[in-house]
Design a protein around this ligand. Structure first.
Ligand code: ASP
Ligand code: CP
Length: 307
């Protein structure tokens, strides 16, 4: 795929070879950051965030800065942009696409990035759209997995958490479905299972989906334990909000193979106790840091930089 000028709304837009090429670029950038320090020196990134963020916005901005580019930012666009005055997302994007060469957009509504990409004259990178997707997160998840295991083919990933309202697992399951012989074991509280249409789609694409009753069952023989937070801000009123609804425990870590890694898109709350940080398999900090290089690779690709 020639990424130049393209938006990234869903993992579905990427082929396996697109993903591998992007992760290869990210690895080169991580090996030798100074070699890319002026790659995008004439480009401007706009970060337009209508929802809170620590990692995604700052790592996009760090990525652009490391490539020598410039940043304009609306970090709390839901309160401080003219959306407050009633301006539509489409009009906001029409404006910002005249101010920047690429837009990273986070929005509480699923489908907002697709809508933005329709009207934008510059690439829109989906930085999380409601319960929809978070494609650059899935790419950085894949980057962390590939760094540990060399390849994603043939792996077993155990996913624990809110798989219904958490967008990162939506994008990750679509990404895993592009690889050969991958199994996704899922453990979720009742009502928070992977959405049925998504489950059907990833099965159709070749992912082996195995719901498990307990975390211990799920992690046995797994290569990755992927933990996600209860998406409290998105839960319908009839679902429980109690903290401590699910969490990684000692029994699960005992059952998790030694070669496996523990990932989490972060932020973590009750589901990943801090004592897990001392486990040599814990990789979530490294995972998040790798996001800078993955986003550098995404920016370079959509802006058509020659490496
Ligand atoms: N930070 C990720 C997201 O925005 C995961 C989370 O918030 O739980 O989707
Ligand atoms: N993983 C992630 O998207 O983190 P933030 O919500 O802090 O951006």
């Amino acid at each position: 795929m020639n990424w130049k000028g393209q938006s990234l709304v869903s993992v579905q837009e990427l082929s396996r070879s697109d993903i591998e090429a992007l992760l290869d670029t990210a690895a080169l950038m991580q090996e030798d950051p100074p070699a890319y320090a002026s790659l995008l020196s004439r480009s401007i990134l706009a970060t337009l965030f209508f929802e809170p963020s620590t990692r995604t916005r700052l790592s996009f901005e760090s990525a652009m800065a490391r490539l020598g580019g410039h940043i304009i930012s609306a970090p709390n666009a839901s309160e401080m942009s003219s959306a407050v005055k009633g301006e539509t997302l489409a009009d906001t994007i029409r404006m910002v696409s005249g101010y920047a060469d690429v837009i990273a957009l986070r929005h509480p509504r699923a489908g907002a990035s697709a809508e933005a990409a329709e009207v934008s004259t510059v690439p829109v990178l989906n930085a999380g759209d409601g319960t929809g997707e978070h494609p650059t997160q899935a790419l950085l998840d894949a980057y962390a997995i590939r760094r540990q295991h060399g390849s994603l083919d043939g792996l077993t990933v155990a996913a624990l958490g809110d798989l219904a309202y958490g967008r990162t697992i939506h994008s990750l399951s679509l990404l895993l479905a592009k690889y050969q012989g991958v199994t996704l074991r899922t453990v979720a509280p009742r009502g928070l299972e992977l959405p049925k249409d998504l489950a059907a789609e990833v099965r159709r694409l070749g992912l082996r989906l195995e719901p498990a009753d307990t975390l211990v069952d799920a992690v046995a023989d797994s290569d990755v334990l992927y933990v996600t937070r209860l998406q409290k801000e998105r839960l319908p009123a009839h679902l429980p909000r109690a903290p401590g609804l699910y969490a990684v425990d000692r029994a699960a870590l005992d059952a998790l193979p030694r070669h496996a890694i523990i990932l989490h898109p972060l932020p973590r709350v009750d589901e990943l106790p801090i004592w897990v940080d001392a486990d040599p398999r814990a990789r979530y900090i490294e995972q998040a840091h790798g996001g800078v290089y993955v986003r550098m690779a995404c920016l370079a690709a959509v802006l058509g930089a020659s490496l």
